[in-house]
Design a protein around this ligand. Structure first.
Ligand code: PRX
Length: 526
C-alpha cells in the first residue's frame, strides 16, 4: 500500500506538473496519521467506488495495486497485459475508470492515451519494481486504515468475451467472492501452512485474481509469482522453479501441459519434483493424453489431479453449488446424460452483474432457461455421477484456456477495407485446444493473397491482442446461409474440421457455396 501510494504521488507530480513530491508525500504522511481519513491515492483522488484500470505484467506491483484498491474500496479493473491498446481503451471507457496504472514498457500506452482523453491517465514509469523508488516508500505512513465496505459492495470488474462481440464487465462483490476464493483454495488444494503453492495463470484473467491473489493470500499461503513463459530460457523452466522453491501445489492449464509434453520427459528428469503433492488444471477441457502425462510424468503417479471447472462469472462449483444438466427444452436430465450445463441455485461466489448493463446480464445467463444460471458449456454426466465438460455450445471459443467470441474476431476482420463479410469458427489445435479458422468474403475487385492475410492477422492483433491471431484464413466467395440470411456456422465448423459428412444442407439458400468452400479449404495454418 505504501509503495502504491508513493507511486501514485509520483505519477501525479509528473502528470500534473505541479507541486513537488516532497510536499505531496508529506501531505499524505500527515493525513495518514489521522485514522479513517487516510486513504490510498490521496493525491490522485481515487476514493471508494472509483474504478481503477490496471494494465501491468506479472510483477509484484500488480498484486500491490489490487490489494491497495481493495483496501480503500476502489474497484479494480485489470486488463490482461497481452491485450491491445484498443481492447484496453474499450475496457477503460466501459468501466469509466478514473485512473490507469501501467508500466512504461507496455508499448501500447501512448496509443491508449488518445482513446482515453476524457479520463485521467497515470503511468508507472518502468516495469521493474525498482522503479518504485525506495525513498518514496520510506516517506509513507506504515498503515492505511481500511475503508469499511458492505458485503455486497463491488470488489472488481473483470472483462470476459461476450457472445455479441462486446466484452462484458463481470462484477464481483466483496464478501461472497472472498469467502469462495478463500474456501475453495483451502479445500480444493488441501492447503496447509507448510505448502508452497504455484498457480501459473496470469492475474489478467480470473484464475489469477482468485488463485494467485485473493484465495492464497486470504489463507496466508506462501506462493510463487511467476513472470515469464514455460519454455524460456529453456523448456524445463517450470520444473526448475518447482525444484527451486519446493513447490507442493501446482496449478496450470491443459494448454501448458500439452506444450511441455511435446518435449518429452527428459527436461523433467533433470529436476527433483518430489515436493509436489497436488496438481490442478483449469481453463479448458483436459484431454486424456495430457491428463495421463500430468499425472504420471509430472506427478510421478502419486499426486491427485484436481480438474477445476469454473468461469470468470462463477468461481468454483463447490459446497452449495448445484450443477444440473438440461435438454434443449429445458427439462432436467437425471443419471447418465448429456446436455446444457446450468446451475440451479445462486451461491456466494456467483457474479453480481455485468457492469453498467443489467439487460446483458439477464440475457446472457438467465434467458435461455429461465430460473437457471446458464454456463454456455455442454456437459455429460457419467454413471458414477462425474461431470465431463464437453466445451462451449455458444459462439465462443477457447484458445489456450482464453475465451474469445467469434463475433469480436469477425468485427475486427470486417474493419479491414477489403473485407465484405467474415465468419469465424473454431478448429481443434494440438496445443491450444482450439484455434481460429476464419472465412472472409472480399469486396469486389479485391484480391486474396498472402499480404492481405498478413494484414488481416495484424488487424485482429491490433484490435484484440495476440491471443486472437487467426491460424487459418480462407477466401470465401460466398458463405453458407439460410434463406433468412443466417450464416450456418455448423457447416463452416465442419468444413474447417475437414468433416466429410456435412449433414442436412437443405435449409441453405445456395448449396453450391459449400462445394466452393470445400475445394478451397486451408490445409495448413496461414
Ligand atoms: O468453457 C469452460 C472453460 O472455460 C470457460 C470459462 O472461461 P473463463 O471465464 O475465461 O474462466 C477460465 C478460468 C476458470 C468455461 O465456460 N473451462 C474452464 N475450466 C474448465 C473449462 N472447461 C473444461 N474443464 C475445465 N476445468
Amino acid at each position: 500500500v505504501r509503495r502504491q501510494a508513493a507511486a501514485a504521488a509520483r505519477i501525479e507530480d509528473k502528470n500534473q506538473g505541479q507541486g513537488n513530491k516532497n510536499t505531496n508525500t508529506k501531505n499524505y504522511s500527515q493525513t495518514s496519521q489521522r485514522a479513517n481519513q487516510t486513504k490510498l491515492f490521496p493525491i490522485s483522488g481515487v476514493k471508494k467506488g472509483d474504478r481503477v484500470a490496471i494494465y501491468l505484467p506479472m510483477i509484484p506491483e500488480l498484486v500491490y495495486s489490487m490489494l491497495a484498491c481493495a483496501r480503500i474500496g476502489a474497484v479494480h479493473s485489470i486488463v490482461f497485459a497481452g491485450f491491445s491498446s484498443e481492447s484496453l481503451a474499450e475496457r477503460i471507457m466501459d468501466a469509466q475508470c478514473s485512473i490507469l496504472l501501467t508500466a512504461g514498457n507496455i508499448h501500447t500506452h501512448s496509443h491508449t492515451h488518445m482513446h482515453t482523453h476524457t479520463h485521467r491517465h497515470a503511468c508507472i514509469n518502468k516495469k521493474t519494481s525498482s522503479s518504485w523508488c525506495e525513498s518514496d516508500y520510506l516517506q509513507m505512513a506504515p498503515l492505511c486504515d481500511p475503508e469499511w465496505m458492505d458485503a455486497e459492495d463491488p470488489l472488481f470488474v473483470l472483462y470476459t468475451s461476450g457472445s455479441t462481440g462486446k466484452p462484458k464487465g463481470v462484477l464481483h462483490t466483496i464478501a461472497g467472492y472472498l469467502l469462495y476464493t478463500s474456501l475453495t483454495f483451502k479445500y480444493v488444494f488441501d492447503h496447509h501452512q507448510d505448502d508452497v503453492y504455484w498457480c501459473t495463470a496470469d492475474i489478467g484473467w480470473i484464475t489469477g485474481h482468485s488463485y494467485i491473489t485473493y484465495g492464497p493470500l486470504a489463507n496466508g499461503a506462501t506462493s510463487v509469482l511467476f513472470e515469464g513463459i514455460p519454455v524460456y530460457p529453456h523448456v524445463g523452466r517450470f520444473w526448475e522453479i518447482i525444484e527451486k522453491y519446493r513447490v507442493s501445489k501446482f496449478y496450470t492449464a491443459p494448454t501448458a501441459i500439452r506444450l511441455l509434453m511435446k518435449y518429452g520427459i527428459e527436461p523433467l528428469q533433470k529436476y527433483d519434483l518430489s515436493s509436489l503433492r497436488v496438481l490442478g488444471t483449469v481453463g479448458e477441457p483436459i484431454n486424456p493424453e495430457a491428463w495421463m502425462w500430468y499425472h504420471d510424468a509430472v506427478g510421478q503417479g502419486r499426486c491427485p489431479v484436481v480438474d477445476t471447472f469454473w468461469q470468470t462469472e462463477t468461481t468454483l462449483p463447490f459446497f452449495g453449488v448445484l450443477p444440473i444438466i438440461l435438454n434443449e427444452h429445458g427439462e432436467e436430465l437425471e443419471g447418465e446424460a448429456e446436455g446444457y450445463l446450468v446451475f440451479k441455485k445462486p451461491w456466494p461466489g456467483i457474479m453480481r452483474g455485468v457492469y453498467g448493463n443489467q439487460e446483458c446480464f439477464e440475457n446472457t445467463y438467465f434467458k435461455k432457461f429461465p430460473g437457471f444460471y446458464v454456463t454456455g458449456d455442454g456437459c455429460r454426466r457419467d454413471k458414477d455421477g462425474y461431470y465431463w465438460i464437453t466445451g462451449r455450445i455458444d459462439d465462443m471459443l477457447n484458445v489456450s484456456g482464453h475465451l474469445l467470441s467469434t463475433a469480436e474476431v469477425e468485427a475486427a476482420l470486417t474493419e479491414h477495407s477489403a473485407v465484405a463479410e467474415a465468419a469465424v469458427v473454431s478448429r481443434p489445435h494440438i496445443v491450444k485446444g482450439e484455434c481460429l479458422y476464419c472465412f472472409v468474403t472480399l469486396k469486389d475487385f479485391r484480391e486474396f493473397n498472402h499480404s492481405l492475410m498478413d494484414e488481416l492477422k495484424r488487424k485482429v492483433r491490433e484490435k484484440i491482442g495476440p491471443i486472437a491471431t487467426p491460424d487459418f484464413i480462407q477466401n470465401a466467395p460466398g458463405l453458407p446461409k439460410t434463406r433468412s440470411g443466417k450464416i450456418m456456422r455448423r457447416v463452416l465448423r465442419q468444413i474447417a474440421r475437414n468433416e466429410k459428412d456435412l449433414g442436412d444442407l437443405s435449409t441453405l439458400a445456395d448449396p453450391k457455396v459449400v462445394e466452393v468452400l470445400l475445394s478451397q479449404r486451408c490445409e495448413a495454418a496461414a
